[in-house]
Design a protein around this ligand. Structure first.
Ligand code: LMR
Length: 401
């Protein structure tokens, strides 16, 4: 028997919790683990702009033929306009090239394969902490990773001095993964000024930034949230960007993402892009079409794009309201998540609240109260509702005493 020595893999630190949640018989269970937006009724809606785009596609689509390896030109251009702004000189310059990937995860794996094949000496540096899947993606591609400091656990804020110092010690030619906005899991981002300094350090040290941009529009808005990316582009000759449209278009199951490479020369970009296409061909061959067609249909139509931006703002505002309600409810029960109180939760951006609950408390929350959050203490605020907040806070109070 060939397979008899295969052992059981551990459950995925995020999606494994949803599996456990689905198997939990407790009728009062609450899933605040995976980063999925829920509305006031606890449902994950299809955005009306997405429904409208799908209606149009149903009428106009005439073939299910393969898409090109890097996806359609319409999608590639739409992604670049969203990232850089429609009038940015990079668009049409040949210095930026985009491919359509199956989600942001697929894009990161393409980067991993590309680095393994073309930059075999490069290490990818990950923030401490970071998204629970980052390390595994690069490990699977055979790319070494190391960790740089990011979050100050005493102050619940960015440890900017430590980041700058760490960047200065990264060898030239390595890659640093930065979160474009709404850092996952901490919700703590550099300010626009700090981004400029980061860009300056990276350019001076010839370290390549890889931006994981999965939450564009969830902090302040499409343009504001790209301030970090613009600061890097202004200073660094080479920037790699992985986009995800799972959250901002609510296209989770359509696996819709992109990888964009920007260099200072059309020749370098063309060479890199040819290698990226070779990696894709060996992996998933060409992208799934539907989510990309939805995104480009929306972004290519002024009215639909405006509608989508309003829908995105509504999601953002709901999360911010829940964030405040959560803190109010903690305060009302006199539950303090840090020695300095709970205000740090309100300052975090995006879907998550980095609660500072310990691994043990997280386990008790799940086992005793059927409240599911990620092991790092990350809580999906976007899964909170007026109805479930009191139970969540009661459960947190229960694990803190
Ligand atoms: C998350 O962090 O919860 C999301 O990005 C979903 C995932 O794939 O982990």
């Amino acid at each position: 028997m060939l397979l008899q020595n295969v052992t059981m893999a551990p459950p995925d630190p995020i999606l494994g919790l949803t599996e456990a949640f689905n198997n939990d018989a407790n009728p009062d269970k609450i899933n605040l683990s995976v980063g999925v937006f829920k509305d006031a009724d606890g449902r994950t809606p299809i955005l009306p702009s997405v429904k409208e785009a799908e209606r149009r596609l149903l009428e106009t689509e005439s073939s299910k033929g393969y898409k090109p390896i890097p996806g359609t030109a319409e999608y590639q251009q739409a992604v670049q306009r969203l990232l850089f702004g429609a009038d940015n000189e990079l668009i049409g310059s040949g210095k930026a090239a985009t491919c359509h990937t199956p989600g942001g995860t697929g894009g990161l794996r393409v980067v991993g394969d590309f680095l393994k094949n073309n930059e075999p000496n490069a290490t990818v540096w990950l923030s401490d902490p970071t998204w629970a899947n980052h390390n595994a993606i690069f490990e699977a591609a055979g790319v070494p990773t190391k960790v740089y400091p990011y979050f100050d656990r005493q102050t619940n804020a960015l440890d900017f001095d430590a980041i700058s110092e760490a960047i200065d010690a990264i060898p030239a030619g390595d890659v640093i993964l930065l979160h474009g906005c709404c850092h996952n899991p901490t919700g703590v981002d550099p300010t626009p000024e700090q981004w400029k300094t980061i860009g300056k350090h990276l350019a001076a040290k010839e370290v390549i930034p890889l931006l994981d941009f999965a939450y564009q529009g969830f902090a302040n808005g499409i343009r504001d949230d790209a301030a970090g990316m613009r600061a890097l582009l202004a200073q660094c000759p080479e920037v790699l960007i992985c986009s995800s449209f799972s959250k901002n278009f609510g296209l989770y199951c359509e696996r819709t993402g992109a990888f964009t490479v920007v260099t200072e020369s059309t020749d370098i970009t063309a060479n890199v892009f040819s290698q990226v296409k070779a990696c894709i061909r060996r992996n998933y061959s060409n992208p799934p079409a539907h989510g990309g067609a939805v995104v480009s249909t929306i972004l290519d139509d002024d009215e639909l794009r405006e509608q989508w931006e309003k829908e995105l703002a509504t999601m953002r505002e709901r999360i911010n309201t829940m964030r405040q309600r959560f803190v109010d409810a903690l305060n009302a029960k006199d539950v303090q998540l840090s020695t300095a109180g709970n205000d740090f939760i309100v300052q975090q951006r995006g879907m998550f609240s980095f609660s500072r609950l310990t691994r043990e408390q997280v386990d008790t929350l799940r086992e005793k109260f059927a409240v599911y959050i990620v092991g790092s203490g990350r809580i999906n605020v976007a899964g909170m509702t007026e109805t479930n907040i009191p139970r969540i806070v009661d459960a947190i109070a229960g694990v803190m005493t």
